[in-house]
Design a protein around this ligand. Structure first.
Ligand code: PLP
Length: 376
């Protein structure tokens, strides 16, 4: 049977088997609604409490600062809209031009409701510089939202420094850490962030579940109104199995993080050296501080879309941009934001390696790319 090589871990990751095992009892036997007072709710309620404590430990938060959501998109929408709704003096947001659409489109929605939104441009290597941020803060803002690590090019931002600057101006700081949580160390105490979004399926947890870290005392209105779940801040019957799986996957990834990072950096090196040894012309986007295993590679005058499909025929899954806009052939807003030359942007693919990938996978990816790029 042909082996399938999955190299699109920034789009989603396979479920950790131990997370699946942890989830099963809450799908089959312990299905009680955690908000009910009877005994069938006791175990689900306990599981929610333990999951909250475990997730809080993984990011240096207090358990009461973790709010469960349906994933990264909801967490981002809640952070942006909830902080605008809680601000009686009219909202003014500062964000960056290369955020995920969950942030950009939430900001657009707030603009349609009268908020003012300003967009910072990243540098060519995908960095939001502290100086660029300072220059935008002469007019007051109530919220800054800057992503932790970019999902297309992998560049990691100096979040602690950016957050300090925003706090000096009295505003709330949100970071979309969907690509970072479970992959690089995160300590919300040290970083100082007020709001932080995460999504389980990006760190080997199940799809459709995530969380928002809300620092104690941060002004934030509920986004989903209804029942009293999540201390009245996020209505809706809790996805107990999903939350349990998320907590299990996160603690597994955090405890093995150093080994995973070492493994992924070795695979990255192998891939880049393999392409160079094969005489393939390419450039890498995202600068020198990138997420482990994420490579945004531009091949001059190639067609990224065609590369994706030809690799797919070889049993190799990569992406041309973020999963959310792979239906469109136009140059992604991220590559536009870093002002990548058009002939390079059109020939860009994202290879995002995960902990399951092997040296043999990387050899096959290099061979596949070499074959496509050297034969007309
Ligand atoms: N933010 C970033 C940076 C992402 O990469 C993604 C998913 O691709 C999201 C938000 C949305 O997360 P979810 O798929 O959990 O809604």
């Amino acid at each position: 049977m042909k082996r399938f090589i999955y190299a699109d871990n920034a789009a989603t990751t396979p479920l950790d088997p131990s997370a699946f095992e942890a989830m099963k009892p809450y799908l089959l036997q312990e299905y009680g609604n955690a908000s009910q007072p009877y005994s069938l709710a006791r175990q689900p309620k306990k599981a929610l409490r333990e999951a909250r404590e475990s997730i809080a430990r993984c990011i240096g938060a207090a358990p009461e600062e973790i709010f469960f959501t349906s994933g990264g998109t909801e967490s981002d929408n809640w952070a942006i809209k909830g902080s605008a709704f809680s601000n009686a003096n009219g909202s003014s947001i500062l964000t960056s031009a290369f955020e995920h659409h969950a942030v950009l489109h939430a900001c657009r929605a707030m603009e349609r409701m009268g908020a003012s939104v300003r967009y910072l441009s990243p540098s060519a290597d995908g960095q939001i510089s502290p100086d660029a941020l300072r220059a935008q803060l002469s007019a007051p803002i109530h919220l800054a939202s800057i992503m932790f690590a970019n999902n297309e090019i992998g560049s990691i931002q100096p979040i602690q420094e950016l957050c300090e600057i925003v706090h000096e101006h009295g505003a709330v700081f949100h970071t979309d850490a969907v690509q970072a949580v479970g992959h690089i160390p995160i300590d919300v105490e040290r970083l100082g962030v007020d709001l932080l979004s995460a999504s389980a399926h990006k760190f080997n947890g199940p799809k459709g579940v995530g969380f928002l870290f809300v620092r104690r005392g941060t002004p934030l209105s509920p986004y989903l109104d209804g029942g009293a779940q999540e201390r009245g801040m996020r209505a809706g019957t809790e996805n107990v199995a999903g939350i349990v799986g998320m907590a299990r996957a996160l603690s597994a990834n955090v405890s093995e993080m150093a080994d995973h990072r070492r493994h992924l950096r070795n695979l990255e090196r192998q891939l880049l050296e393999g392409l160079r040894a094969g005489g393939i012309a390419f450039s890498r986007n995202g600068g020198t501080c990138t997420l482990p295993g994420l490579l945004s590679l531009s091949f001059p005058n190639a067609d990224g879309e065609a590369l994706l499909h030809r690799l797919d025929l070889m049993g190799i899954a990569v992406s041309t941009g973020s999963a959310c806009n792979s239906q469109r052939t136009e140059i992604s807003h991220v590559l536009k934001a870093i002002k990548l030359e058009e002939s390079l942007a059109r020939g860009t693919i994202r290879i995002s390696l995960g902990r399951e990938n092997t040296e043999a996978d990387v050899t096959a990816i290099v061979q596949g790319l070499s074959k496509i790029l050297t034969s007309p």
